[in-house]
Design a protein around this ligand. Structure first.
Ligand SMILES: [Zn+2]
Length: 621
């Protein structure tokens, strides 16, 4: 017996040492020693646009060319790259169409700018040089010293931007995204039983906190959020609020610090660790920073992106009571409104660690539906992995009776949210967005976008609720909710290859609109689009009740910019036992279905709850 104890002791010390020496890639990125650093590299001297034919990418291997962005269109992909002058000549000599966008990258910063707002081109031209333009975006070059003016002008006027980072991306064909496994052939009764737990009241309460509709409790202090602007002092409270939400619910949570140029910030990530394949990570979340035309004083950001952040937190609060085969990671980024700084640094860090990212579901602005037609845009881009991933959301929407009218966007997809940071590194990702884009389905644009008027009272809570339910069902299916999971505690530093067999049966049925501009697909299973303007009265604003928060010591205040003395990264704390599940405040399923008769929950027997809260064992640190 004593010998067994010794063996166990030696083995645990060996495991601990191996983890310290090489943290496995599925650990939250904060386990790494350094903050995720954006723009650690420099551009090659010339910024180039190349348009290789199929097969011509091979000619680029071995050449000192850095990839920085992919331009997707219905006709194919082109790449923004950089290289020195002689390499640019070699690319042209290899017969690859190449255009010099900027002859000298020194001292320049580059941003994509959403081309659709009427003022975009005029304002961009005042701030720098427009190097490239298509129907959806401009590529703007500006002097580095003019970057603060650019950041203070475009997004605050409702024109989203995306940083073109100097860090070289993997070659586009070297990071094939794994197709998303669709595990279930039919609605899972357990998942169906969870959907009524996503309530407008819970979502409203969280948006009320985040948008400053009421004070909230952070580390025992009463805090009212006037803004969550990344450059404001309140971003520290905002990230702490999100962090506290997850730790109060017993989830392993961490800050993931990032830097870009002289700026710094923190993302917040929390895990439900998988019990079979913890190394396989399904991400869901959305940015928690906000912006407006008066961003230091008032940027409530109830729709953008209080809605997506709140939906993510509600989903986490429900799913934390269950076990999953794979890891679900809830992610909240800052620096999004400045051009996706936080998520770009995070996706780069995950890629550098060799993390097995299965996909990212980006919830960004899911709260505006003034015409009550339930239209949701899914920006899936052109790659198959992202489209397969998006198809699981489309299936879940139908399968679990949420009746969203889904517009799948491929060639005309937007890069202006955190999903594109994951595309950059070859991961499957898509953006869930309200009907923002004017295309086949005319836009229902939030007129309060990026203004001080983006308030909770203008959020369509019922619409957020159904979008969040579809997202919950999607991530729960993908990560493999359920009983009969056999833990396999064989954690090593290496990332094993996927062992699942793709069983997706979805086939694209996209049709091109007469205008040829947009690709739209409404649920294959035949859910008919509701007529625009079909009557549904806006949901009443629910009463706000104050959640009970437990206190814990405050971390060192370390917000964004400018980069000051940096504390050492916090280690992830071991998860305490899950607190008992609050049952009483939640409405019963019957209350929900009577409130919304058009969307009955699928007829399923009341499930037993097979996966009581049993957090996966924590690896020693
Ligand atoms: Zn946003």
């Amino acid at each position: 017996m004593r010998r067994h104890r010794h063996v166990a002791l030696v083995l645990s010390i060996a495991l601990w040492l191996s983890l310290v020496a090489a943290p496995p890639a599925w650990l939250p990125a904060s386990a790494a020693e350094k903050p995720a650093r954006l723009d650690a590299a420099a551009f090659g001297r010339r910024l180039l646009l190349i348009a290789p034919e199929p097969g011509q990418l091979d000619a680029l291997r071995g050449l000192p060319v850095s990839f920085h962005a992919t331009l997707y269109s219905d006709t194919g992909e082109r790449y923004v790259t950089s290289a020195d002058a002689s390499t640019a000549g070699q690319i042209a000599a290899a017969g690859i169409p190449v255009e010099v966008l900027d002859a000298d990258t020194r001292g320049q910063v580059y941003y994509f700018v959403d081309a659709r707002p009427p003022e975009a081109r005029t304002l961009a031209a005042r701030l720098g040089r427009i190097l490239y333009a298509d129907t959806g975006q401009l590529l703007l070059a500006a002097q580095a010293e003019d970057e603060p003016a650019l950041l203070a002008t475009l997004p605050t006027r409702g024109i989203p931007i995306a940083l073109l980072a100097a860090d070289p991306l993997p070659l586009p064909d070297q990071t094939p995204s794994p197709p998303a496994p669709v595990r279930a052939a039919a609605a899972d009764p357990l998942i169906a039983s969870l959907l009524p737990e996503v309530t407008p009241t819970d979502i409203s309460n969280l948006i009320a906190d985040l948008s400053g509709e009421r004070p909230t409790d952070i580390d025992g202090r009463s805090v009212t959020f006037y803004t969550r602007y990344t450059f404001s002092g309140q971003i520290v409270d905002a990230q702490r609020y999100v962090y506290q939400f997850f730790t109060n619910r017993g989830l392993p949570t961490s800050y993931v610090d990032w830097t870009y140029a002289n700026y710094s910030g923190r993302n917040v990530v929390a895990d439900i660790r998988g019990v079979v394949h913890p190394e396989r990570i399904w991400l869901i979340g959305g940015h928690f920073d906000s912006i407006s035309d008066d961003p230091y004083n008032r940027a409530p950001g109830a729709d953008d992106n209080g809605s997506g952040a709140a939906a993510t937190m509600v989903i986490a609060d429900i799913l934390r009571h269950y076990q999953f085969a794979d890891t679900i990671r809830f992610v909240h980024f800052s620096g999004e409104e400045q051009g996706m700084w936080g998520s770009k640094a995070y996706a780069q860090a995950l890629s550098g660690q060799g993390a097995q990212v299965m996909g990212y579901i980006d919830l960004d602005m899911i709260g505006w539906d003034s015409d009550h037609d339930d239209t949701v845009e899914l920006h899936a881009g052109a790659r198959s992995g992202s489209n397969t991933l998006a198809s699981t959301f489309i299936t879940a929407n139908t399968r679990y009776g949420q009746e969203l009218r889904i517009e799948l966007k491929q060639g005309t997809t937007s890069r202006f949210s955190d999903h594109s940071s994951f595309w950059d590194y070859g991961y499957a990702a898509f953006l869930v967005l309200e009907n923002y884009t004017d295309d086949t389905i005319p836009s229902d644009r939030n007129p309060w976008y990026h203004t001080t008027g983006d308030l909770l009272s203008r959020v369509n809570l019922e619409y957020v609720t159904h979008t969040a339910r579809a997202a919950l069902a999607t991530i729960a299916e993908l990560a493999g909710i359920g009983a009969n999971l056999t833990p396999t505690p064989t954690v090593t530093g290496a990332v094993p290859a996927p062992t699942w067999t793709p069983t997706a049966t979805w086939t694209p049925t996209a049709t091109t609109s007469p205008a040829g501009q947009c690709v739209e697909r409404v649920n294959k299973e035949g859910s008919r689009p509701r007529a625009r303007g079909a009557s549904r009265s806006p949901p009443p604003r629910p009463a706000i009740s104050r959640p009970r928060l437990t206190r814990e010591p405050a971390p060192p205040a370390w917000g964004c910019c400018p980069l000051g003395p940096r504390p050492s990264p916090r280690r992830v704390r071991a998860a305490p036992p899950c607190p008992p599940r609050p049952r009483s405040p939640r409405p019963s399923p019957s209350a929900i279905s009577s409130a919304r008769p058009r969307r009955p929950a699928p007829a399923t027997p009341p499930p037993t709850r097979p996966s009581a809260c049993r957090p996966a064992p924590q690896p020693p640190r």
